[in-house]
Design a protein around this ligand. Structure first.
Ligand SMILES: Cc1ncc(COP(=O)(O)O)c(C=O)c1O
Length: 436
Protein backbone atom coordinates (compact mmCIF):
# COMPACT_ATOMS: atom_id res chain seq x y z
CA UNK A 1 0.00 0.00 0.00
CA UNK A 2 1.26 3.46 -0.84
CA UNK A 3 1.51 5.88 2.07
CA UNK A 4 -0.88 8.79 2.26
CA UNK A 5 0.10 11.83 0.25
CA UNK A 6 -0.39 14.79 2.57
CA UNK A 7 2.39 17.36 2.51
CA UNK A 8 2.60 19.95 5.26
CA UNK A 9 1.62 22.58 2.76
CA UNK A 10 -0.39 21.75 -0.32
CA UNK A 11 -0.58 24.19 -3.16
CA UNK A 12 -4.18 25.08 -2.45
CA UNK A 13 -3.45 25.92 1.15
CA UNK A 14 -0.81 28.47 0.26
CA UNK A 15 -2.38 31.80 1.09
CA UNK A 16 -2.10 34.41 -1.62
CA UNK A 17 -0.34 36.82 0.71
CA UNK A 18 -0.21 39.81 -1.62
CA UNK A 19 -1.63 37.93 -4.60
CA UNK A 20 0.97 36.95 -7.22
CA UNK A 21 0.93 38.76 -10.51
CA UNK A 22 1.32 37.02 -13.87
CA UNK A 23 4.58 37.34 -15.79
CA UNK A 24 4.88 40.78 -17.36
CA UNK A 25 3.42 40.76 -20.87
CA UNK A 26 5.62 42.03 -23.72
CA UNK A 27 2.58 43.93 -24.97
CA UNK A 28 4.09 45.79 -27.93
CA UNK A 29 5.59 42.70 -29.53
CA UNK A 30 2.49 40.57 -28.91
CA UNK A 31 0.41 43.29 -30.54
CA UNK A 32 2.72 43.27 -33.54
CA UNK A 33 2.49 39.46 -33.80
CA UNK A 34 -1.32 39.63 -33.76
CA UNK A 35 -1.23 42.38 -36.40
CA UNK A 36 1.13 40.50 -38.73
CA UNK A 37 0.03 36.91 -38.25
CA UNK A 38 -3.59 37.24 -37.12
CA UNK A 39 -5.26 35.19 -34.38
CA UNK A 40 -5.54 32.63 -32.91
CA UNK A 41 -1.77 32.38 -32.64
CA UNK A 42 0.72 30.97 -30.18
CA UNK A 43 3.62 33.37 -29.54
CA UNK A 44 6.77 32.04 -27.84
CA UNK A 45 9.39 34.12 -26.07
CA UNK A 46 12.68 32.35 -26.81
CA UNK A 47 14.69 34.24 -24.19
CA UNK A 48 12.38 32.80 -21.55
CA UNK A 49 13.14 29.24 -22.66
CA UNK A 50 16.87 29.90 -22.64
CA UNK A 51 16.68 31.48 -19.18
CA UNK A 52 14.82 28.47 -17.75
CA UNK A 53 17.60 26.19 -19.05
CA UNK A 54 20.28 28.54 -17.71
CA UNK A 55 18.60 28.63 -14.29
CA UNK A 56 18.50 24.87 -14.14
CA UNK A 57 22.15 24.62 -15.18
CA UNK A 58 23.16 27.22 -12.63
CA UNK A 59 21.65 25.21 -9.77
CA UNK A 60 21.90 21.58 -10.88
CA UNK A 61 24.95 19.39 -10.30
CA UNK A 62 26.65 19.04 -13.72
CA UNK A 63 26.54 15.23 -13.53
CA UNK A 64 22.76 15.23 -14.00
CA UNK A 65 21.71 14.77 -17.63
CA UNK A 66 18.69 16.92 -18.55
CA UNK A 67 16.16 15.91 -21.20
CA UNK A 68 13.50 18.03 -22.84
CA UNK A 69 10.18 16.13 -22.99
CA UNK A 70 8.79 16.97 -26.42
CA UNK A 71 5.27 15.98 -25.36
CA UNK A 72 5.03 19.40 -23.68
CA UNK A 73 5.53 21.16 -27.01
CA UNK A 74 6.94 19.41 -30.05
CA UNK A 75 7.29 22.56 -32.16
CA UNK A 76 10.32 22.01 -34.38
CA UNK A 77 11.50 25.55 -33.72
CA UNK A 78 11.30 25.31 -29.93
CA UNK A 79 12.81 21.82 -29.92
CA UNK A 80 15.71 23.24 -31.95
CA UNK A 81 16.30 25.92 -29.33
CA UNK A 82 16.39 23.30 -26.58
CA UNK A 83 18.73 21.08 -28.63
CA UNK A 84 21.06 24.07 -29.10
CA UNK A 85 21.00 24.56 -25.33
CA UNK A 86 22.64 21.12 -25.07
CA UNK A 87 19.72 19.17 -23.62
CA UNK A 88 18.81 15.60 -24.53
CA UNK A 89 15.29 14.68 -25.67
CA UNK A 90 12.52 12.52 -24.26
CA UNK A 91 10.21 11.41 -27.08
CA UNK A 92 7.10 9.26 -26.99
CA UNK A 93 6.04 8.67 -30.61
CA UNK A 94 7.41 8.37 -34.14
CA UNK A 95 6.42 12.00 -34.77
CA UNK A 96 8.29 13.24 -31.72
CA UNK A 97 11.29 11.09 -32.64
CA UNK A 98 11.57 12.54 -36.16
CA UNK A 99 11.04 16.03 -34.73
CA UNK A 100 13.82 15.53 -32.18
CA UNK A 101 16.23 14.32 -34.86
CA UNK A 102 15.29 17.16 -37.24
CA UNK A 103 15.68 19.65 -34.37
CA UNK A 104 19.28 18.53 -33.89
CA UNK A 105 19.23 16.36 -30.75
CA UNK A 106 22.01 13.76 -31.16
CA UNK A 107 20.49 10.24 -31.20
CA UNK A 108 22.75 9.25 -28.29
CA UNK A 109 20.90 11.82 -26.17
CA UNK A 110 17.39 10.79 -27.22
CA UNK A 111 15.30 8.62 -24.90
CA UNK A 112 12.23 6.95 -26.36
CA UNK A 113 9.71 6.54 -23.54
CA UNK A 114 6.02 5.68 -23.20
CA UNK A 115 3.87 2.84 -24.46
CA UNK A 116 4.05 3.65 -28.20
CA UNK A 117 6.36 1.01 -29.70
CA UNK A 118 4.24 0.76 -32.83
CA UNK A 119 5.64 -0.33 -36.21
CA UNK A 120 5.98 3.36 -37.14
CA UNK A 121 8.18 4.00 -34.09
CA UNK A 122 10.26 0.86 -34.65
CA UNK A 123 10.72 1.75 -38.29
CA UNK A 124 12.03 5.23 -37.38
CA UNK A 125 14.37 3.72 -34.78
CA UNK A 126 15.66 1.29 -37.37
CA UNK A 127 16.12 4.03 -39.99
CA UNK A 128 18.07 6.03 -37.46
CA UNK A 129 20.46 3.20 -36.70
CA UNK A 130 20.88 2.38 -40.40
CA UNK A 131 21.77 5.98 -41.08
CA UNK A 132 24.39 6.16 -38.32
CA UNK A 133 27.30 4.60 -40.12
CA UNK A 134 29.98 4.76 -37.48
CA UNK A 135 28.17 2.43 -35.10
CA UNK A 136 26.99 -1.01 -35.84
CA UNK A 137 25.24 -1.96 -32.63
CA UNK A 138 21.77 -0.62 -33.13
CA UNK A 139 20.32 2.86 -32.84
CA UNK A 140 21.99 5.11 -30.30
CA UNK A 141 18.59 5.97 -28.90
CA UNK A 142 17.86 4.62 -25.42
CA UNK A 143 14.47 2.95 -25.19
CA UNK A 144 12.37 2.88 -22.00
CA UNK A 145 10.39 -0.37 -21.85
CA UNK A 146 6.96 -0.25 -20.31
CA UNK A 147 6.05 -3.90 -19.75
CA UNK A 148 7.34 -7.48 -19.78
CA UNK A 149 5.62 -7.86 -23.13
CA UNK A 150 7.63 -4.96 -24.64
CA UNK A 151 10.87 -6.34 -23.17
CA UNK A 152 10.14 -9.73 -24.70
CA UNK A 153 9.52 -8.22 -28.14
CA UNK A 154 12.71 -6.15 -28.08
CA UNK A 155 14.69 -9.12 -26.74
CA UNK A 156 13.75 -11.12 -29.84
CA UNK A 157 14.88 -8.32 -32.18
CA UNK A 158 17.96 -8.48 -34.35
CA UNK A 159 19.76 -5.40 -33.07
CA UNK A 160 20.78 -4.58 -29.51
CA UNK A 161 18.92 -1.54 -28.25
CA UNK A 162 20.04 0.14 -25.04
CA UNK A 163 17.03 -0.06 -22.75
CA UNK A 164 15.74 1.18 -19.42
CA UNK A 165 13.04 -0.70 -17.58
CA UNK A 166 10.27 1.70 -16.63
CA UNK A 167 9.07 1.06 -13.09
CA UNK A 168 5.56 1.90 -11.96
CA UNK A 169 6.01 4.07 -8.85
CA UNK A 170 5.30 2.11 -5.67
CA UNK A 171 5.16 5.38 -3.72
CA UNK A 172 2.48 8.04 -3.68
CA UNK A 173 2.43 10.93 -6.11
CA UNK A 174 1.99 14.61 -5.25
CA UNK A 175 1.53 15.61 -8.87
CA UNK A 176 -1.48 17.48 -10.27
CA UNK A 177 -1.29 15.01 -13.18
CA UNK A 178 -0.40 11.98 -11.13
CA UNK A 179 1.44 8.84 -12.29
CA UNK A 180 1.60 7.00 -8.96
CA UNK A 181 0.97 3.35 -8.07
CA UNK A 182 -2.42 3.44 -9.80
CA UNK A 183 -0.79 4.53 -13.06
CA UNK A 184 -0.94 2.29 -16.13
CA UNK A 185 2.71 2.84 -17.02
CA UNK A 186 5.71 0.67 -16.27
CA UNK A 187 6.55 -2.61 -14.59
CA UNK A 188 5.48 -3.40 -11.06
CA UNK A 189 7.99 -4.96 -8.69
CA UNK A 190 6.00 -8.20 -9.03
CA UNK A 191 6.66 -8.15 -12.81
CA UNK A 192 10.43 -7.95 -12.40
CA UNK A 193 11.24 -11.65 -11.87
CA UNK A 194 9.77 -12.31 -15.33
CA UNK A 195 12.35 -9.93 -16.82
CA UNK A 196 15.33 -12.04 -15.73
CA UNK A 197 15.26 -14.35 -18.75
CA UNK A 198 15.61 -11.41 -21.17
CA UNK A 199 18.44 -9.44 -19.61
CA UNK A 200 21.17 -11.02 -21.76
CA UNK A 201 19.08 -11.28 -24.90
CA UNK A 202 20.30 -10.41 -28.40
CA UNK A 203 17.94 -7.51 -28.95
CA UNK A 204 18.24 -5.60 -25.73
CA UNK A 205 20.87 -4.36 -23.33
CA UNK A 206 19.25 -3.24 -20.07
CA UNK A 207 21.31 -0.27 -18.87
CA UNK A 208 19.08 1.08 -16.14
CA UNK A 209 15.68 2.21 -14.92
CA UNK A 210 13.11 4.92 -15.49
CA UNK A 211 10.56 6.17 -12.95
CA UNK A 212 8.12 9.04 -13.52
CA UNK A 213 5.65 9.97 -10.79
CA UNK A 214 3.72 12.81 -12.40
CA UNK A 215 3.57 16.28 -13.85
CA UNK A 216 2.98 19.82 -12.49
CA UNK A 217 4.27 19.44 -8.94
CA UNK A 218 4.75 22.87 -7.40
CA UNK A 219 5.82 21.90 -3.90
CA UNK A 220 9.56 21.20 -3.75
CA UNK A 221 8.89 18.65 -0.98
CA UNK A 222 6.61 16.78 -3.38
CA UNK A 223 9.22 16.69 -6.15
CA UNK A 224 11.91 15.62 -3.69
CA UNK A 225 9.70 12.79 -2.50
CA UNK A 226 9.33 11.63 -6.14
CA UNK A 227 13.04 11.87 -6.95
CA UNK A 228 14.23 10.17 -3.75
CA UNK A 229 11.60 7.45 -3.93
CA UNK A 230 12.23 6.87 -7.65
CA UNK A 231 15.94 6.38 -7.03
CA UNK A 232 15.22 4.12 -4.10
CA UNK A 233 12.83 2.02 -6.17
CA UNK A 234 15.36 1.77 -9.02
CA UNK A 235 18.05 0.59 -6.58
CA UNK A 236 15.70 -2.09 -5.21
CA UNK A 237 14.87 -3.22 -8.73
CA UNK A 238 18.59 -3.38 -9.61
CA UNK A 239 19.26 -5.58 -6.55
CA UNK A 240 16.36 -7.84 -7.40
CA UNK A 241 17.59 -8.32 -10.97
CA UNK A 242 21.31 -8.33 -10.15
CA UNK A 243 21.96 -5.37 -12.49
CA UNK A 244 24.50 -2.56 -11.99
CA UNK A 245 22.59 0.33 -13.64
CA UNK A 246 24.46 2.79 -15.80
CA UNK A 247 21.53 5.25 -16.01
CA UNK A 248 18.61 6.03 -13.70
CA UNK A 249 16.00 8.41 -15.11
CA UNK A 250 14.13 9.70 -12.05
CA UNK A 251 11.54 11.81 -13.89
CA UNK A 252 10.94 15.43 -12.91
CA UNK A 253 7.47 16.99 -13.07
CA UNK A 254 8.63 20.47 -11.94
CA UNK A 255 5.60 22.74 -11.91
CA UNK A 256 5.08 26.36 -12.90
CA UNK A 257 2.75 28.86 -11.22
CA UNK A 258 -0.34 29.18 -13.44
CA UNK A 259 -2.39 31.43 -11.20
CA UNK A 260 -2.40 33.85 -8.27
CA UNK A 261 -2.64 31.07 -5.68
CA UNK A 262 0.28 29.03 -7.05
CA UNK A 263 3.67 29.26 -5.36
CA UNK A 264 6.95 29.60 -7.24
CA UNK A 265 8.77 26.27 -7.61
CA UNK A 266 11.77 26.17 -5.24
CA UNK A 267 14.49 25.08 -7.64
CA UNK A 268 17.47 25.71 -5.29
CA UNK A 269 15.95 23.39 -2.66
CA UNK A 270 15.49 20.59 -5.18
CA UNK A 271 18.95 21.13 -6.68
CA UNK A 272 20.56 20.93 -3.24
CA UNK A 273 19.03 17.53 -2.59
CA UNK A 274 19.97 16.36 -6.08
CA UNK A 275 23.64 16.62 -5.09
CA UNK A 276 23.02 13.98 -2.44
CA UNK A 277 21.07 11.82 -4.89
CA UNK A 278 23.90 12.03 -7.45
CA UNK A 279 26.27 10.60 -4.82
CA UNK A 280 23.92 7.80 -3.79
CA UNK A 281 23.25 6.81 -7.41
CA UNK A 282 26.94 6.41 -8.29
CA UNK A 283 28.26 4.84 -10.44
CA UNK A 284 24.86 5.19 -12.17
CA UNK A 285 24.24 8.54 -13.87
CA UNK A 286 21.02 10.43 -13.06
CA UNK A 287 18.71 11.73 -15.76
CA UNK A 288 15.86 14.25 -15.30
CA UNK A 289 13.16 14.76 -17.94
CA UNK A 290 11.23 18.03 -18.03
CA UNK A 291 8.81 19.58 -20.49
CA UNK A 292 6.50 22.15 -18.95
CA UNK A 293 9.27 23.79 -16.90
CA UNK A 294 11.13 24.90 -20.04
CA UNK A 295 8.33 26.06 -22.30
CA UNK A 296 5.11 26.87 -20.40
CA UNK A 297 5.99 30.40 -19.32
CA UNK A 298 7.40 31.27 -22.74
CA UNK A 299 4.02 30.82 -24.42
CA UNK A 300 1.25 33.35 -25.05
CA UNK A 301 -2.02 32.36 -26.71
CA UNK A 302 -3.41 35.27 -28.68
CA UNK A 303 -7.12 35.42 -29.52
CA UNK A 304 -9.39 38.18 -30.81
CA UNK A 305 -12.71 39.13 -29.30
CA UNK A 306 -15.56 38.30 -31.70
CA UNK A 307 -18.55 39.45 -29.65
CA UNK A 308 -19.79 40.39 -26.21
CA UNK A 309 -22.01 37.96 -24.31
CA UNK A 310 -23.25 37.05 -20.87
CA UNK A 311 -22.47 33.78 -19.10
CA UNK A 312 -23.76 32.59 -15.73
CA UNK A 313 -24.90 36.10 -14.89
CA UNK A 314 -21.51 37.61 -15.66
CA UNK A 315 -20.10 39.72 -18.41
CA UNK A 316 -18.47 37.56 -21.09
CA UNK A 317 -16.73 37.80 -24.45
CA UNK A 318 -16.48 35.22 -27.24
CA UNK A 319 -13.06 34.86 -28.88
CA UNK A 320 -11.83 33.27 -32.12
CA UNK A 321 -9.86 30.58 -30.24
CA UNK A 322 -11.01 28.04 -27.71
CA UNK A 323 -10.34 25.00 -25.58
CA UNK A 324 -9.82 22.91 -28.75
CA UNK A 325 -6.44 24.64 -29.08
CA UNK A 326 -5.59 24.66 -25.38
CA UNK A 327 -5.03 21.09 -24.22
CA UNK A 328 -3.44 22.50 -21.06
CA UNK A 329 -6.80 23.77 -19.81
CA UNK A 330 -8.00 20.23 -19.15
CA UNK A 331 -6.96 18.49 -15.98
CA UNK A 332 -5.49 21.47 -14.13
CA UNK A 333 -8.72 23.48 -13.76
CA UNK A 334 -6.96 26.52 -15.24
CA UNK A 335 -10.33 27.90 -16.26
CA UNK A 336 -10.85 28.82 -12.62
CA UNK A 337 -7.27 29.10 -11.39
CA UNK A 338 -5.20 30.75 -14.11
CA UNK A 339 -4.16 34.38 -14.29
CA UNK A 340 -6.41 36.65 -16.34
CA UNK A 341 -5.52 37.12 -20.00
CA UNK A 342 -3.83 40.41 -20.82
CA UNK A 343 -5.79 42.79 -23.12
CA UNK A 344 -3.40 44.20 -25.73
CA UNK A 345 -5.45 47.39 -26.19
CA UNK A 346 -5.74 50.12 -23.60
CA UNK A 347 -9.34 51.01 -22.73
CA UNK A 348 -10.67 53.12 -19.93
CA UNK A 349 -13.07 51.56 -17.49
CA UNK A 350 -13.17 49.56 -14.29
CA UNK A 351 -12.08 45.91 -14.10
CA UNK A 352 -15.04 43.56 -13.93
CA UNK A 353 -15.24 39.78 -13.43
CA UNK A 354 -15.44 38.52 -17.02
CA UNK A 355 -15.65 35.10 -18.66
CA UNK A 356 -13.80 34.38 -21.89
CA UNK A 357 -15.72 31.91 -24.05
CA UNK A 358 -14.26 29.99 -26.99
CA UNK A 359 -15.85 29.84 -30.43
CA UNK A 360 -16.96 26.18 -30.26
CA UNK A 361 -20.58 25.07 -30.08
CA UNK A 362 -19.77 23.46 -26.79
CA UNK A 363 -21.01 24.72 -23.40
CA UNK A 364 -17.72 23.79 -21.70
CA UNK A 365 -15.66 25.84 -24.17
CA UNK A 366 -14.71 28.42 -21.54
CA UNK A 367 -11.13 29.69 -21.40
CA UNK A 368 -11.34 31.53 -18.08
CA UNK A 369 -14.11 32.42 -15.67
CA UNK A 370 -14.65 35.55 -13.60
CA UNK A 371 -11.25 37.07 -14.25
CA UNK A 372 -10.85 40.83 -13.67
CA UNK A 373 -10.85 42.45 -17.12
CA UNK A 374 -11.45 45.97 -18.41
CA UNK A 375 -14.18 46.70 -20.97
CA UNK A 376 -13.54 44.75 -24.20
CA UNK A 377 -14.89 45.18 -27.70
CA UNK A 378 -14.89 43.07 -30.88
CA UNK A 379 -11.45 43.14 -32.48
CA UNK A 380 -9.57 43.49 -29.18
CA UNK A 381 -6.81 40.92 -28.67
CA UNK A 382 -6.37 38.95 -25.45
CA UNK A 383 -3.01 37.32 -24.62
CA UNK A 384 -3.23 34.30 -22.31
CA UNK A 385 -0.01 33.79 -20.32
CA UNK A 386 1.75 30.50 -19.48
CA UNK A 387 0.38 28.80 -22.59
CA UNK A 388 3.58 27.25 -23.95
CA UNK A 389 3.15 23.68 -22.66
CA UNK A 390 0.50 21.08 -23.55
CA UNK A 391 -1.40 23.75 -25.50
CA UNK A 392 -1.50 22.98 -29.18
CA UNK A 393 0.21 19.58 -29.00
CA UNK A 394 -2.24 18.25 -26.45
CA UNK A 395 -5.38 19.62 -28.04
CA UNK A 396 -8.36 18.39 -30.03
CA UNK A 397 -7.62 21.07 -32.57
CA UNK A 398 -9.53 19.62 -35.54
CA UNK A 399 -12.87 20.05 -33.75
CA UNK A 400 -15.28 22.06 -35.93
CA UNK A 401 -12.74 21.76 -38.77
CA UNK A 402 -10.58 24.58 -37.41
CA UNK A 403 -7.11 24.62 -38.91
CA UNK A 404 -4.39 24.77 -36.22
CA UNK A 405 -3.38 28.22 -34.99
CA UNK A 406 -0.21 29.87 -36.23
CA UNK A 407 2.95 29.71 -34.08
CA UNK A 408 5.48 32.53 -33.95
CA UNK A 409 8.72 32.85 -31.98
CA UNK A 410 10.05 36.17 -30.78
CA UNK A 411 13.44 37.11 -29.45
CA UNK A 412 14.09 40.79 -28.74
CA UNK A 413 12.19 42.35 -31.66
CA UNK A 414 12.88 39.53 -34.15
CA UNK A 415 9.84 37.48 -35.17
CA UNK A 416 10.14 33.99 -36.66
CA UNK A 417 7.01 32.20 -37.89
CA UNK A 418 7.32 28.58 -36.71
CA UNK A 419 4.04 27.30 -38.11
CA UNK A 420 2.15 29.21 -40.76
CA UNK A 421 -1.59 29.43 -40.50
CA UNK A 422 -3.11 26.87 -42.84
CA UNK A 423 -5.83 28.18 -45.18
CA UNK A 424 -9.37 27.06 -44.29
CA UNK A 425 -9.47 24.75 -47.32
CA UNK A 426 -6.53 22.80 -45.86
CA UNK A 427 -9.08 20.98 -43.69
CA UNK A 428 -10.07 19.09 -46.87
CA UNK A 429 -6.50 17.98 -47.52
CA UNK A 430 -6.12 14.20 -47.76
CA UNK A 431 -9.88 13.55 -47.59
CA UNK A 432 -12.07 12.12 -50.37
CA UNK A 433 -15.78 11.79 -50.94
CA UNK A 434 -17.48 8.41 -51.43
CA UNK A 435 -18.47 7.87 -55.06
CA UNK A 436 -21.81 6.21 -55.79
C1 LIG B 1 6.96 9.93 -18.79
C2 LIG B 1 6.88 11.42 -18.79
N1 LIG B 1 8.02 12.13 -18.79
C3 LIG B 1 8.01 13.47 -18.79
C4 LIG B 1 6.83 14.18 -18.79
C5 LIG B 1 6.89 15.66 -18.83
O1 LIG B 1 6.31 16.24 -17.72
P1 LIG B 1 6.40 17.82 -17.49
O2 LIG B 1 5.98 18.46 -18.74
O3 LIG B 1 5.51 18.09 -16.36
O4 LIG B 1 7.83 18.14 -17.18
C6 LIG B 1 5.61 13.48 -18.78
C7 LIG B 1 4.34 14.20 -18.75
O5 LIG B 1 3.29 13.68 -18.57
C8 LIG B 1 5.64 12.06 -18.79
O6 LIG B 1 4.50 11.34 -18.79
Amino acid sequence: MAESCALDKTVDEVEPAGVRQPVAAPVAILREIARRYGTPTYAYEIARIRSQVARLREHFPPEVEILYSLKANASLGLSGVLAQCGLGADVASAGELVTAVAAGFPPARIFLTGPDKSPAVLSELRALSDGTKEQSNGSDVTVSLDSVSELRQFACGDRPYRALLRLRPDFCSYASCSAGPDSRFGLTLEDLPQCRGYLDARGVQVVGFHVFAGSQVLAADGVLHHLRSGLNQACRAADLLGIAPEIIDIGGGFGIPYGPRDQEFDLPQVAEELRTLVQSARPARLVIELGRYFVAQAGWYLTSVLAEQTHRGRKAVVVDGGTHQRGDLCGLDLRHKAFAPVPLQVRDGALEPTDVLGCLSLPSDVLVEARPLPPLAPGDVLAFPNAGAYGLNASACLFHCHPPPAEVAFEADRLTPLRVRAPIHAVLHGQTTIRR
